[in-house]
Design a protein around this ligand. Structure first.
Ligand code: AMP
Length: 184
């Protein structure tokens, strides 16, 4: 099974949850730019201070900053035999930077899809459960818009490498579907 996998899909589709489960199964690191940026904000680092308001508004952090943290993370020893990328790239410019950064470009792109109503209700639910600063209604709408404008074009960019997975239903159902799709 491919060990360099990229997760695409709108906010709320379940990328983070599914990537974490698959990373455990494949024994490769789960690299989430959103999680790394949230850690920087929580730790109050210079990076965190620079990105906090952009993230709270639901907009994308600048490509330079994100590409630099991904570049550094992919250079770590544990990423040598593979990794799952969750939340990166978010636009074509980042995808092109990734091709420069990785010797063996991404082999598999998993696209997790779900209905918009389902996405919004999951994100509002997560707002209550996890208290993420960007899971309020206005920001959720903005993040869905940013996904359509900036990130959705990557589906075409990656073309035949994209495997579509239906993200509706339970976490376990989606995981089984995803593993079957990867094996097929
Ligand atoms: P996520 O956890 O992937 O939903 O990301 C949360 C927020 O972090 C996004 O709304 C962006 O503000 C920021 N972010 C995460 N990944 C990226 C990226 N690759 N490029 C730009 N901004 C990002």
């Amino acid at each position: 099974m491919a060990r360099r996998i990229l997760f695409l899909g709108p906010p709320g589709a379940g990328k983070g949850t599914q990537a974490a489960m698959l990373a455990r199964a494949l024994k490769v690191p789960h690299i989430s730019t959103g999680a790394m940026l949230r850690e920087a904000v929580a730790a109050g680092t210079d990076l965190g201070k620079r990105v906090e308001s952009v993230m709270a508004a639901g907009d994308l952090v600048s490509d330079d900053l994100v590409v630099a943290i991904v570049d550094e993370r992919l250079g770590a020893a544990d990423a040598r035999c593979g990794y799952l990328l969750d939340g990166f790239p978010r636009n074509v410019a980042q995808a092109m930077a990734l091709n420069d950064a990785v010797v063996n470009a991404i082999g598999t792109v998993l696209l997790i899809e779900a209905d918009t109503d389902e996405l919004v209700s999951r994100l509002l639910g997560r707002a209550v459960a996890e208290g993420r600063a960007d899971d309020n209604e206005a920001t959720i709408r903005r993040r869905l818009e940013v996904y359509e404008q900036e990130t959705a074009p990557l589906v075409e960019y990656y073309g035949d490498a994209v495997i579509r997975v239906d993200g509706m239903g339970s976490i376990e159902d989606v995981f089984s579907r995803m593993v079957l799709a990867l094996a097929g």
